[in-house]
Design a protein around this ligand. Structure first.
Ligand code: SF4
Length: 127
């Protein structure tokens, strides 16, 4: 499964809200599948991924917020000591995101300007 690195953060606090009903149904299904099979290999990618498949911001394979999400993706890769194209079990990737970003208090620094920030911000105290 191809996964944009910053979606490993979105998955942590997802509560069913998103860009359209089709998008949220699909994203919820992806998260359910990964939680049922945490050993699923994910290949990290700096382009559109499994979540983007049903996103209205995905126009012919290009995210309309490409500059912003690329910044998030690169920051997640750096914080997790990973690189574009790396493949690892979802559980391992998720654990790195939790430990090296969320528990380290880096979330807001990486994606604090995201339109969904308030959802994630209520889940833990951050500097
Ligand atoms: S297309 Fe862009 S906004 Fe839509 S899910 Fe992918 S990265 Fe997010």
């Amino acid at each position: 499964m191809q996964l944009r690195p910053h979606h490993g953060m979105c998955f942590q606090f997802y509560e069913g809200r998103g860009y359209s009903a089709e998008f949220t149904d699909h994203m919820g299904g992806v998260i359910r599948a990964l939680s049922e099979r945490p050993d699923t290999p994910v290949r990290l990618t700096l382009s559109t991924d499994v979540v983007c498949e049903r996103c209205p911001n995905n126009v012919e394979g290009i995210c309309q917020s490409a500059e912003k999400v690329m910044r998030y993706d690169e920051a997640v890769l750096n914080a997790c000591h990973l690189k574009d194209g790396d493949e690892l079990p979802y559980a391992d990737f998720s654990a790195r995101v939790k430990e090296r970003i969320l528990d380290a208090g880096l979330r807001r620094r990486i994606c604090g300007d995201c339109e969904w920030d308030a959802i994630c911000a209520k889940h833990r105290r951050e500097p």
